[in-house]
Design a protein around this ligand. Structure first.
Ligand code: ADP
Length: 648
């Protein structure tokens, strides 16, 4: 076995590889870009070496730099993880030239599987079923269109150099072919520098089922069962599970041997994944699956296979790269229970799944599941790399129990700061048809509106909890350490304005960039906050950062800002702010005089309307200009109450 490894990757996979390497007694060597200084993968390794600027091209993708570091520090092998250089044959060659073992397949196998058209031709020759289609050299539009028409619509146009769903177009009608071809070619040219495409039949109700294979350098090849990765968004996997729902022992044997044949055909060594597409329209069938591609590396979703087999796939990778035999034979591979993985991303499902960056204010992962992550509290999600924060993997005796366990874990996981897709994942795991095993690769797209519907409406129970927390907090201590308590709180308003008996105060708040009015009712029992009659959820978790509360509830984050809402009734004019009445009502109190110094968030007047008090607060630090009203006066909606001039 090796005694040292350089891990040419970052994030959760670098951390995960280091865990096994360390258990095997290896010295672990991390590399990092400037954007990853201090990142978790550098902390868990024995040593870490800076290799360049944030841009991946100048760091994690720079073959010469990485190999130079490996030589300099005396790394015996390099583990590439997934992504970055993991499927780059030049990298495998460069490692070999430097006398460093590459923990992956031979460069020749990577090359053979690198182009979809050649890989498909080779697989067809090896007797592996491939999707009917045209995988040849001719690329003129008229010819390709004829091929599409011969196959029968719908067809899929795919870039031969493709990956990540790029350069791929589904075409449903003959009339739409030319436009789809042109756009696939354009995208392929710009993404891969290779405009060539292939045409294949679009499989109905497609299920993505892949087989984990392992081969050693003595010609032994086995498979470790399948994974179902049909839940995808834009051809990217979101949730993966093992075994595949609806899989039979007979079909598993058939697909498993096709996967083994595929690996043999390219002289494969190490861990690989053979991806098939299966026609799920009438249930999985032995004549209804076809080779799609082979990924010549460890997959993101390998933990579900580890869960059901009880094996450590990274350990196997190291053993095989070190020249050992496969640790087990095919018949020894166990399979127990059901495992399911969800990819937790820093992204905003509510805004088209836009990636988000930022500091993780708190990260508290749920128990009961395996959590693979490259982040902890205080770490920063930067905009330079894939925004996946963690993978959560649940393992249970049955599929239903695994789904429940994962959904519960996502609901209990606390990530504060960057918004995540946790609530979306929970909705997915709870979707009736998915639980009933009625799904295909278009499931998410078809149900997207329903899956994100709940995220479109504000979480008022969380918002109310945030308001209650901030009001309570401002009573307890100053907003900032160097500051006197600001009279934000009706509990102890220092402005001397108090009414006897029950009071109800309307308090403006900004909830996820949206204005809301919280209603705070005071009576003998204390204060109660509601928003549109919705009370706070006491079970929600609240974190504060500066003057803002982050409320985590059901995998969803709601950000509440009271001070930011202070200017709610202010109209910011050139010279300062004009404070206006929020609605028709009666001035109950004017709390400051002309010329008085006021602080941002300080109450300056109180207007009663609709049987409620509305606090008028200063939008910024400043001095009171004109006061336009007196206590007892009736004011119309938007009537000027006073003006505030900002502090110079
Ligand atoms: P990429 O390498 O760009 O990820 P793949 O060939 O692996 O492209 O395909 C990605 C996804 O596209 C698959 O997981 C599947 O959901 C869908 N897909 C691919 N080929 C077909 C097909 N012939 N019919 C229907 N769906 C397909």
């Amino acid at each position: 076995m090796f005694t040292s490894v350089l891990i040419a990757n970052r994030g959760e996979i670098a951390v995960r590889v280091a865990r096994t390497a360390r258990r095997l007694g290896m010295r672990t060597i991390a590399i990092y870009s400037e954007a990853d200084a201090g990142a978790m993968h550098t902390r868990v390794c024995d040593e870490a070496h800076l290799i360049g600027p944030p841009a991946a091209r100048e760091s994690y993708l720079d073959i010469a730099k990485i190999v130079a570091v490996a030589r300099r520090v005396g790394a015996q092998c390099i583990h590439p993880g997934y992504g970055f250089l993991s499927e780059n044959p030049e990298f495998a060659d460069a490692c070999a030239s430097a006398g460093i073992a590459f923990v992956g397949p031979p460069a020749s196998a990577i090359r053979a599987m690198g182009l979809k058209d050649r890989a498909k031709a080779m697989m067809a020759e090896a007797g592996v079923p491939v999707v009917p289609g045209y995988h040849g050299e001719r690329q003129d539009a008229v010819f390709l269109k004829q091929k599409a028409s011969d196959l029968g619509y719908p067809v899929l146009v795919k870039a031969v150099a493709g990956g990540g769903g790029k350069g791929m177009r589904r075409v449903d009608k003959h009339a739409e072919f030319d436009a789809a071809l042109a756009s696939a070619q354009r995208e392929a040219q710009s993404a891969f520098g290779d405009a060539r495409v292939l045409i294949e039949k679009y499989v109905a109700a497609p299920r993505h089922i892949e087989f984990q294979v392992f081969a050693d350098s003595r010609g032994n090849v086995i498979h470790l069962n399948e994974r179902d990765c049909s839940l995808q968004r834009r051809h990217q996997k979101v949730v993966e599970e093992a075994p595949a729902p609806g899989m039979t022992a007979k079909l598993r044997a058939a697909m498993g041997s096709a996967a083994i044949e595929a690996a043999r055909a390219v002289g494969y060594v190490g861990a690989g994944t053979v991806e098939f597409i299966a026609d799920g329209s009438k249930g999985l069938r032995a004549d209804g699956f076809w080779f799609m591609e082979m990924n010549t590396r460890l997959q993101v979703e390998h933990p579900v296979t580890e869960a059901i087999t009880g094996l450590d796939l990274v350990e196997w990778q190291f053993r095989i790269a070190a020249g050992e035999r496969l640790p087990q034979a095919q018949r020894e591979i166990a399979m127990s229970g059901h495992a399911i993985e969800a990819r937790l991303y820093a992204e905003d499902p509510h805004r088209g799944f836009l990636p988000v960056a930022g500091k993780i204010i708190a990260f508290d992962a749920a128990p009961d599941v395996r959590v693979d992550t490259g982040y902890a509290t205080g770490d920063v999600v930067t905009p330079y790399y894939d925004p996946m924060i963690a993978k959560l993997i649940a393992h249970a005796p049955t599929r239903a129990a695994a789904l429940d366990r994962l959904a519960a874990a996502l609901a209990q996981t606390t990530i504060v700061g960057p918004r995540t897709n946790a609530a979306f994942l929970i909705a997915l795991l709870q979707a009736g048809d998915f639980r009933a095993e009625k799904f295909d690769t278009a499931f998410i797209e078809r149900n997207l509106d329903a899956l994100v519907a709940a995220l479109r409406t504000p979480d008022k129970a969380a918002a109310a909890r945030g308001v209650a927390h901030l009001l309570d907090r401002s009573r307890r201590r100053p907003a900032r350490a160097d500051e006197e308590p600001v009279a934000l709180s009706p509990w102890d308003a220092t402005d001397g304005f108090q009414l006897s008996g029950a009071r109800t105060v309307a308090w403006p708040a900004i909830v996820d960039d949206q204005k809301m009015i919280a209603v705070v009712a005071f009576d003998a029992g204390g204060a109660r906050v509601t928003i549109d009659h919705v009370a706070p959820d006491a079970a929600a978790k609240v974190f504060e950062n500066g003057e803002v509360a982050y409320v985590i509830r059901g995998g969803r984050q709601t950000v509440v800002d009271l001070a930011g809402a202070a200017g709610d009734h202010a109209e910011l004019a050139s010279g300062g702010g004009i404070l206006r009445a929020p609605m028709h009502g009666k001035v109950l109190a004017v709390l400051v005089d002309k010329g008085a110094q006021v602080k941002r968030g300080q109450r300056v007047a109180v207007v009663e309307a609709m049987k409620m008090e509305h606090a008028i607060v200063a939008p910024f630090d400043g001095r009171v200009g004109e006061v336009a009203v007196e206590p007892g006066a009736q004011v119309a909606e938007k009537a000027t109450i006073m003006t505030i001039e900002p502090e110079a």
